[in-house]
Write a protein that binds this ligand. Structure first.
Ligand code: GLY
Length: 310
């Protein structure tokens, strides 16, 4: 059984962006599934799908990522292979077009799991990655306006105020992107990539590159999480969901249980997708929307779900 599931991030999306989001999710899931159909590995499929989402400025990963408080992009990504629990991750990289690809190289070509900032970029240059600026004009403009509002009359800046600002501008909370793929050999690979949270403090690292938080995979199944990283890290959402699947719970029930646990324990926004070794999928979120694309062997076309309602 070959199967793939992708997400474009749990959060609050503008209904008027529905078609644009659906097209981006369709492109990503199709590009991953095409690899699987042509005999490609789950790694190739996961990379193709996540890179398609990173390259689409609609989503908060790679090009078009949200900016930090001081106006830079600090990108996080990770990838994990279920069969041998190998993982690669990068955090706080600024000049990389596809952080998921760099995470993959960390897994394949180093003895490490997680590399950060300058060191990760140095590795990227050694591997031939060209310097790249992921900041779009649209994001720069949003950042300018928001920062002005945030600074007006305020002498301190911290998360509750940013949260209030995000409540007033829900379109800012577009999450992370991610994928779980299963190939014909039964290999499961999960990957996740993000620009993080808008106006995050410089140096802040979210759940995405943290093993078990943003991404996890075992021989039984894999998961990719999205939402406010400070909550996801505290419950290790992706590991929780994969552990539940290993006990025999369906991916759908495991995702629902994971998000329910997070909602009760940390009261923050999140979502998760999962796929098991039989090609069964699941997803759950406690936000307004979480665009998801699913394509399983035998389906004539992908299913696109979780879009914002018009
Ligand atoms: N889930 C993405 C982040 O919090 O950085």
């Amino acid at each position: 059984m070959r199967a793939i599931i992708v997400h474009g991030g749990a959060g609050r999306w503008r209904p008027q962006d529905r078609d644009r989001i659906a097209r981006g999710i369709h492109r990503a899931v199709a590009s991953g599934f095409e690899r699987l159909q042509n005999g490609g590995t789950a790694e190739e499929a996961c990379l193709a799908a996540v890179m398609a989402l990173e390259d689409d400025p609609t989503f908060n990963a790679g090009t078009g990522s949200v900016l930090t408080l001081d106006g830079r992009c600090e990108l996080d990504a990770s990838i994990m292979r279920g069969s041998d629990l190998r993982m690669g991750a990068v955090a706080g990289v600024e000049h990389i077009k596809n952080p998921i690809l760099l995470a993959y190289h960390v897994m394949q070509e180093t003895d490490h799991v997680l590399m950060v900032g300058e060191g990760a970029e140095k590795l990227a240059r050694l591997l031939g990655f060209e310097p790249y600026d992921p900041i779009t004009e649209e994001r720069r403009e949003q950042w300018r306006k928001l920062r002005e509002k945030l600074l007006k009359g305020e002498d301190t800046l911290h998360y509750p105020r940013i949260r209030d600002l995000i409540r007033k501008h829900p379109e800012l909370l577009k999450g992370t992107v991610g994928c779980v793929a299963l190939d014909s050999r039964g290999e499961i690979v999960a990957g996740t990539s993000t620009g993080g949270v808008f106006l995050k403090l410089f140096g802040r690292v979210g759940d995405t590159p943290i093993p078990g938080a943003g991404t996890y995979a075992t021989p039984f199944g894999g998961a990719s999480s999205t939402g406010i990283g400070e909550g996801i890290m505290r419950v290790l959402l992706s590991k929780t969901v994969t552990d539940l699947m290993a006990t025999g719970l369906s991916p759908q029930k495991a995702c629902e249980a994971g998000v329910d646990y997070l909602s009760r324990k940390v009261h923050l926004e999140a979502g998760v997708i999962a796929l098991n070794h039989e090609g069964e999928f699941g997803f759950a979120y406690n936000t307004q929307a979480m665009p998801v694309g699913i394509w399983r062997e035998g389906d004539p076309e992908p299913r696109i779900l979780g879009l914002p309602q018009a």
